[in-house]
Design a protein around this ligand. Structure first.
Ligand SMILES: [Zn+2]
Length: 368
């Protein structure tokens, strides 16, 4: 018998197929024993082994396998050998399939058990909390201010951000030739409307709608043609306060601003007023408060002066009262305004207020 005869011999082909299978199946043999031998096998490996076992099954028992090819030889062997050969093919195939089935079943059971164990809920574990957002530092500051003024009997007014020249300037006693009206200071839409340059515009709307007496604050966005730098933004938040009634004096203004600052920065806070000029108030004053950080001895926040400048104020100009139909002989009032961003910058000791609008979550997260 030559080597090629040997290769062609159907019995030898079956023997070769069985040997090739056994060689490859060796690594899966551990899955045919007691399932406890699998302890410690991780789920991902078990799933990969199950897939590899399926591929092995296809290779050795599939339509293109050597075993399938030998089945086709059954009809070609000599009739007297046919039955014996047929039985050999059958028993070989049965042995292969049995090994495969056993290993596959063991793996399948193991995978099912592992998945169940993994998915079972441990009620003692902490849940996965969704990441919570929170309000912006300017919103938090605005709400603190609103709470204080509501407790003082003020209403909160909301105003439009785009205004006519009448509300942004004329009604506020700002003459047409005033530099604030120019395009160098104020943003204008192509239709000639102004983006309000101060929240004082809301005073006019509120007094026209509510009449006098009135006590209101108007927090909101304002716009000015400023080049952004660490202390300036072309868009920022202001809060405007207005109180008009019979017999309102500068003393009421000082008392109100003082009360606000004591509530914001502590009961020892001292307020001071410096004469100033604003078109819509007469007399006008800027107000400062004693530094909350160093209590007046001088530090970086107050630039060693002991005082922090905050806003502008004054007695409502008679022309403003006339515009809304209130008689300046009968009514008087005070108004004040300051920046919410500036107050945020001070309280949180920000070196650069532009941070407030850059929407960097790492920065904003600090203000929960
Ligand atoms: Zn200071």
């Amino acid at each position: 018998m030559t080597d090629s005869d040997k290769e062609l011999s159907p019995e030898n082909q079956i023997e070769a197929a069985r040997k090739a299978f056994e060689q490859e199946f060796e690594r899966f043999a551990r899955f045919t024993g007691d399932s406890s031998t699998l302890a410690g096998l991780d789920l991902e490996t078990a799933v990969a082994e199950e897939r590899a076992l399926g591929e092995l099954r296809t290779r050795h028992t599939g339509k293109k396998s050597v075993l399938a090819a030998t089945k086709k030889l059954i009809g070609r062997v000599a009739p007297e050998q046919r039955a014996g050969f047929g039985q050999l093919v059958q028993s070989t195939e049965a042995a292969l399939v049995q090994s495969l089935d056993l290993a596959e079943q063991t793996l399948k059971n193991y995978i099912t058990d592992e998945r169940t164990a993994r998915e079972s809920i441990d009620v003692t574990l902490p849940g996965r909390r969704p990441r919570r957002g929170h309000r912006h530092p300017i919103t938090l500051m605005r709400e603190r201010l609103e709470d204080i003024f509501v407790s003082l009997g003020y209403v909160i007014e909301d105003g439009r951000e785009i205004e006519t020249d009448f509300y942004n300037f004329t009604a506020l006693n700002i003459p047409e030739n005033h530099p604030a009206c120019g395009k160098a200071d104020t943003f204008y839409t192509t239709d000639g409307f102004a983006l309000r340059s101060q929240t004082s515009t809301v005073q006019i709307h509120a007094m026209q709608r509510r009449g006098v007496p009135v006590r209101m604050i108007a927090p909101g966005r304002v716009f000015r043609r400023d080049t952004p730098d660490p202390t300036h933004n072309p868009m920022f938040f202001q809060v405007e306060g207005l109180c008009v009634d019979r017999g309102i004096t500068m003393a009421h203004l000082k008392g109100t601003v003082g009360e606000l600052l004591r509530r914001m920065f502590g009961p020892d806070t001292v307020t001071r007023f410096r004469p100033s000029y604003f078109p819509f108030t007469e007399p006008s004053a800027e107000f400062d408060f004693s530094c909350f950080k160093c209590k007046g001895s001088g530090c970086r926040i107050c630039k060693n002066s002991g005082w922090i400048e905050l806003g502008g104020s004054g007695m409502v100009h008679p022309n403003v009262l006339r515009v809304v139909g209130a008689d300046p002989q009968e009514y008087s009032g005070f108004a004040f305004g300051f920046g919410i961003d500036r107050m945020c910058g001070l309280m949180y000791e920000l070196d650069d207020i532009r941070l407030l609008f850059e929407n960097d979550v790492r920065f904003l997260e600090k203000f929960e």
